[in-house]
Design a protein around this ligand. Structure first.
Ligand SMILES: *[C@@H]1O[C@H](CO)[C@@H](O)[C@H](O)[C@H]1NC(C)=O
Length: 356
């Protein structure tokens, strides 16, 4: 079930790329809901005095407010973290160990959650592990395909925890509705936009932004109705899976596919902060993870080459203030996408730049 999102993504790639028009990024940006400057040209704060900058030391006590707590969006470019699938309902011990690994081994600033764990108190454990590791979280309300209403239970549970756990607002960078709710038509777009606005209102006292996790194509195919969703979200968590493009060949040659979708977000994203939240290249194919191009190559070398390609484009990500996540932590979470194999060993050296 978890990787069927990617299977669905695969089915659309044939029509995805002709729609994207290469374009010049819009030159102006404003401030976000938190008042963070997201405008181009602002230098990243070099100080490690903000969360979750590398080198930041977590306080011994929970601060009284988030004022001055978060790093500027402009500093969050290049590699920012790793997607982490939670359907296994990892124990607190495992979450602590693996979040520290993401932080300390790879210099991750964020963990982006994927999938769902409905164990009571699970998000409290995520908060505990994130606080202990000094890492931020992109939280997720997972729709899934089994039960059309379970997302409401998940929403209420997560919103409840965000209010009840005093550390929640210090580690939760954004709440995502996902994954690919527009593309999957999990809700009709106007209802989805209303849900985003309701969640924003619910979280306004905590200053936690709200978004959806979605492909450019998900927005494109639902236009004009998806425009209300783009209006509603605080930042953009974009999916980038060029392997499924009808133009795909090797990962090293995929940059035009990547920039076509990024340009769409730069043109249509109203200057909102962009992260590539679900972003990678599979090392294997299987039912549901199959290319739409006969030339597309999936192997470990290409998985590695894709992240190397992004790493080589660090100045592009800096100029456009875009951060990218690696999808995903381990092959045991989603076959073929892991940085780690199912044997727990790294599939390839992985130490992407976090600044340039
Ligand atoms: C936020 O939503 C939760 C779950 O629905 C609810 O229990 C809580 O009262 C809401 N809080 C606010 C401030 O709206």
């Amino acid at each position: 079930m978890i990787w069927s999102t990617l299977a669905l993504a695969a089915t659309i790639a044939v029509v995805q790329y002709p729609l994207g028009a290469a374009a010049t990024p819009s030159p102006t940006r404003t401030t976000d809901v938190l008042g963070n400057i997201v405008g181009r040209g602002k230098e990243a704060s070099s100080a490690s005095s903000c969360f979750p900058a590398l080198g930041f030391t977590m306080p011994s006590a929970v601060p009284s407010s988030t004022s001055g707590w978060w790093c500027s969006y402009s500093s969050e470019y290049a590699f920012v973290g790793i997607s982490y699938e939670v359907t296994a309902c990892q124990s607190l011990t495992t979450l602590r160990k693996e979040f520290k690994d993401i932080r300390n081994t790879f210099n991750g600033r964020y963990v982006r959650l994927y999938g769902a764990c409905d164990r009571k108190g699970f998000y409290d454990d995520v908060i505990d592990a994130a606080w202990g590791a000094g890492i931020g979280v992109h939280a997720l309300i997972w729709f899934g395909w089994d039960d059309p209403n379970i997302w409401k239970t998940r929403r209420d549970s997560l919103l409840g925890t965000l209010h009840s756990n005093p550390k929640a607002k210090f580690v939760t960078r954004v709440l995502q509705f996902g994954s690919e709710p527009l593309y999957d038509y999990a809700l009709d777009p106007s209802t989805l936009a209303t849900q985003v606005l309701n969640a924003k209102a619910n979280l306004s006292s905590l200053h936690i932004p709200v978004t959806i996790s979605e492909m450019a194509y998900g927005f494109q195919e639902r236009q004009p109705d998806s425009d209300a969703v783009m209006d509603a979200i605080d930042l953009i968590d974009a999916h980038m899976l060029p392997f499924f493009s009808a133009k795909a060949s090797t990962a090293s040659a995929s940059w035009p596919i990547v920039t076509t979708d990024i340009n769409w977000f730069l043109d249509n994203g109203q200057g909102k902060k962009i992260y590539l939240s679900q972003n990678g290249w599979p090392s294997t194919t299987y039912s549901g993870v199959e290319p739409n191009s006969p030339s597309a190559v999936s192997n470990v070398q290409n998985e590695k080459d894709y992240f190397n390609l992004l790493d080589q484009k660090c100045s592009y990500f800096k100029d456009n203030q875009i951060g990218w996540f690696a999808h995903i932590y381990s092959d045991s979470q989603e076959p073929g996408y892991g940085i780690y194999g199912t044997n727990g060993a790294l599939k390839f050296p992985f130490s992407p730049k976090t600044s340039c």
